[in-house]
Write a protein that binds this ligand. Structure first.
Ligand SMILES: NC(=O)c1ccc[n+]([C@@H]2O[C@H](COP(=O)([O-])OP(=O)(O)OC[C@H]3O[C@@H](n4cnc5c(N)ncnc54)[C@H](OP(=O)(O)O)[C@@H]3O)[C@@H](O)[C@H]2O)c1
Length: 248
């Protein structure tokens, strides 16, 4: 497939590398000048593109940028992008990092992103840590394969997202509609807890509406107050424990 990725940070670069390695034609963009972007793109097996070019002549566009940045993107960015192009969103909202955002209250994070972009989106690759995505992928059917959830309102688009997840080394479970995607937001049991498909299905079902923000903020506080940045194992353990209600 032809895939455009906006953002070459922790998640965007890992996705670009994995998806180009599996034979997709990937182009990437970020905020750097073209010469630096070209070096980054080459290291990922992708082509460098401006943000206007990255959304042209592709079948999938993956946004992997900080949550607070979406509102500042050009309102005409997706204007000429055909309806059948699949828009994926990997983002997560952290108030400490992203600030208060008018229009977010009362919506799921991806409903807000969808409204901001003026297009339906698929929420995917948001509930997997960078380290897990980079290092813990396994072949389909292999024992202990980690799963992530895919949420959105277009079943065809979700199917394509699930295929990309599979090619990246992970199982998927259905995360429901965009309105239900709060079940995979930060602070929920399905968020970055390295579960397999059966476990994450249960975690999504067990999520309790309204509880996640306090858990998310507790986890962020713990991380900010750690003397050293937690390892992947420590982060997963913290996410699991806090989501289970241990907030002391
Ligand atoms: N890190 C994780 O473990 C993780 C896991 C799951 C989901 N997520 C979510 O996925 C999203 C990306 O996370 P990340 O950790 O990959 O972030 P990151 O490392 O901070 O990278 C962000 C990328 O977005 C680019 N960017 C920022 N503003 C842009 C703009 N206006 N136009 C084009 N590119 C722009 C940055 O460009 P420059 O390189 O030029 O600065 C950078 O490449 C976030 O919403 C995050 O919450 C993160």
């Amino acid at each position: 497939m032809k895939i455009g990725i906006i953002g070459t940070g922790a998640i965007g670069s890992t996705l670009a590398k994995k998806l180009s390695a599996t034979g997709h034609q990937v182009k990437v963009t970020n905020t750097r000048g073209m010469s630096e972007l070209q070096k980054i793109a080459a290291s990922l097996g992708a082509a460098a593109a401006t943000i206007q070019e990255v959304v042209k002549d592709v079948e999938v566009i993956i946004f992997s940028i900080p949550f607070k940045v979406y509102k500042d993107l050009s309102k005409s960015l997706l204007q000429d992008v055909p309806e059948d192009v699949i828009i994926m969103d990997t983002s997560n909202y952290y108030p400490l990092r992203d600030g208060e955002l008018p229009g977010l209250e009362g919506k799921t994070e991806s409903e807000y992103i969808s409204e901001t972009l003026g297009r339906p989106v698929i929420k995917v690759f948001n509930n997997i840590l960078e380290y897990t995505l980079k290092h813990k992928g396994k072949a389909a059917g292999e024992e202990g394969r980690i799963a992530i959830s895919v949420a959105g309102d277009n079943e065809g688009h979700k199917k394509v997202a699930a295929e990309l997840v599979d090619q990246s080394g992970f199982d998927t479970v259905d995360g429901g509609s965009l309105a239900q995607s709060w079940r995979q937001e930060p602070g929920t049991p399905a968020y970055c807890t390295e579960l397999n498909a059966a476990e994450i299905k249960l975690a999504l079902a067990n999520a309790q509406k309204g509880k996640a923000p306090a858990i998310r903020d507790y986890i962020m506080d713990k991380i900010m107050n750690s003397k050293t940045f937690p390892s992947n194992e420590e982060l997963v353990a913290l996410n699991r424990s806090a989501a289970a209600g241990n907030l002391r």
